[in-house]
Design a protein around this ligand. Sequence first.
Ligand SMILES: Nc1nc2c(ncn2[C@@H]2O[C@H](COP(=O)(O)OP(=O)(O)OP(=O)(O)O)[C@@H](O)[C@H]2O)c(=O)[nH]1
Ligand SMILES: [Mg+2]
Length: 358
Amino acid sequence: MLTIDEQIKEIQEVLRKTPHHKATNGFIGAMRAKIARLKDREIEQSGKRGGGGGGYQVKKQGDATVVIVGPPSAGKSTLINQMTNAESKVAPYAFTTVTVIPGMLKYNEAYIQILDIPGLIEGAKEGKGRGREVLSVARGADLLLIMTDVKRVDAFSGMMDELLGAGIRINENPPKVLIDKKTSGGLDIFSNIKQSIDKETIKEIAREYGIKNGTITLQEKITLERLFDAFSENRVYVPAIFVINKVDEKPDYKEVIDGEYVAISADRGEGVSELIQEIWKALRFITVYLVKPEEDLGMGNPIVMKEGETLKDVALKIGPDFTESKKLVKIWGGGAKFAGQEVSFDTKVKEGMQVRFI
Ligand SMILES: Nc1nc2c(ncn2[C@@H]2O[C@H](COP(=O)(O)OP(=O)(O)OP(=O)(O)O)[C@@H](O)[C@H]2O)c(=O)[nH]1
Ligand SMILES: [Mg+2]
């Protein structure tokens, strides 16, 4: 039996020899889909091999989980020690941290769990340096801090390759592709947008992913990569903040490094409070205030929610019995058309909303 890597190489060889023209588009699309599926299998297998025990399965706690990824010695442990109650070992050599070290940051009434993990190196997705475990922790994050130090800014692109290869999509929305599987009748492709990939190619690719009957509606101009993402079942879409540490070592960094990043000097605590504000923004938290029936309006009982959640989610956060017993909900402040407006439990939360369940 050929290994997955050998199978990928074989298909790449076939692709190399295939001339590109209209008649071969479908074939080329299907071959590339085959490669993407083999890579998916690799991710699934590594999920089974990695992630098990040894301090790598840390329970998610708090309102959100933020994972710090970066090459060895970037200052990840120094940073978690600055932001939380954690005491993660810091030392000037690689792989000081060998398991997941959790810490908790309380900010604006939110409890944000931060996880410090071992360094991420090239070859992680193949298992180097406990890479599979590290990547599986990263997959579970609500937000990633992708961090390096000022003298190794090129490490960002290597880390992005590792994360991409593990099925993690950074600062990307899921593809707007609706898939309605059926049991017979073949495939139908719909789109109101002019696509550059022809319908037959899309069908070939869908079939490669085991989708043989049904309708596929494309609501964006799709690329091959995003089409594979849409059909694959193991993609996660995670927001990230890029962080450059140790800027004390290169005072002229602003002139030489472009792009969007947060600059810090973790061991001096410089830039750390700005970073915490960026984390808060990126997590899209919303604070609502619970007003008990006998209470005056006020900001006494804050509850931290996430954008897109509803008043029903607020009630559920208090408890299932509470949710069961409440029939009405009234709101004031953020999101209310007038004071004490009675609304449905499906109403989305808004910053500053005061809520009374009756
Ligand atoms: N100059 C400077 N050194 C720093 C800064 N932050 C951390 N360091 C040093 O960088 C070295 C590595 O720091 P760690 O926090 O252990 O790095 P890490 O990313 O957790 O490393 P691993 O656990 O090995 O992956 C230590 O010697 C730190 O004192 C900083 O802002 N400036
Ligand atoms: Mg460390």
